[in-house]
Design a protein around this ligand. Structure first.
Ligand code: B4P
Length: 191
């Protein structure tokens, strides 16, 4: 099992690239953003509680996403590995993920960090808003808040992972195809 984190600010291409990478390397793609949006679409109690937090661009509580991921890890035993997309987003989530994996005889093998300029992030999300109808993409103030939340709460994970030798920066500027090739080159070193 080889387990990757795909990491970067909102709009950096995590979700876009994860779909392709999971297919190429036969990994299980786990996106907490997708799982939360599925709860909202299904109109569950959890979805109702989380939708206003997400619409403001804030992070949902750690225990909610940790529980979701734990349930999915146990359902998908025996795969080639996991590709965690948008999770972890806090150091507490990272520690919880490490424990979850360690308890099951696994570990985080690599953290791929997409590096993208601020203006490009905003442009991509504004463009996506036209097609996705996602409330957190529609309002420029919410986009800025998501980027601020990333810098203050999520980015500290980079230092945590760097100390463990897991950090692998990847240039996230350019076409989707070019970035895919860069990510594949990094991943092939481990798979
Ligand atoms: P996510 O679903 O993770 O969404 P995101 O950060 O906006 O990035 P995403 O992966 O979807 O977009 P991508 O960069 O691929 O999170 C949404 C919300 O859920 C969070 O704000 C939070 O409230 C909550 N949440 C999720 N996980 C959580 C957790 N663990 N803890 C707490 N809360 C959590 O792509 C963006 C756009 O750019 C797309 O339209 C794409 O087509 C385009 N694009 C990508 N690459 C491009 C390129 N190279 N060139 C041009 N366009 C490109």
């Amino acid at each position: 099992m080889v387990n990757f984190l795909i990491f970067g600010p909102p709009g950096s291409g995590k979700g876009t690239q994860s779909v392709r990478l999971a297919e190429k390397f036969n990994l299980v793609h786990l996106s907490t953003g997708d799982m939360l949006r599925a709860e909202i679409s299904a109109g569950t109690e959890l979805g109702k509680k989380m939708s206003s937090i997400m619409a403001k661009g804030e992070l949902v509580p750690d225990e909610v996403v940790i529980e979701m991921i734990a349930a999915r890890i146990d359902k998908t035993k025996g795969s080639a590995g996991f590709l965690f997309d948008g999770f972890p987003r806090t150091v507490a989530q990272t520690v919880a993920l490490e424990k979850m994996l360690n308890d099951r005889g696994m570990k985080i093998d690599s953290m791929l960090v997409l590096d993208v300029e601020h203006d490009e992030l905003v442009n991509r999300l504004i463009l996506r808003a036209e097609q996705s109808g996602r409330p957190d993409d529609k309002d420029p103030a919410v986009i800025e808040n998501r980027i601020d939340v990333y810098r203050s709460k999520t980015e500290p994970i980079i230092d945590y992972c760097r100390q463990k030798g897991l950090y692998q920066p990847v240039n996230g500027m350019g076409t989707i195809d070019d970035i895919f090739v860069r990510l594949c080159d990094q991943m092939k070193k481990l798979i």
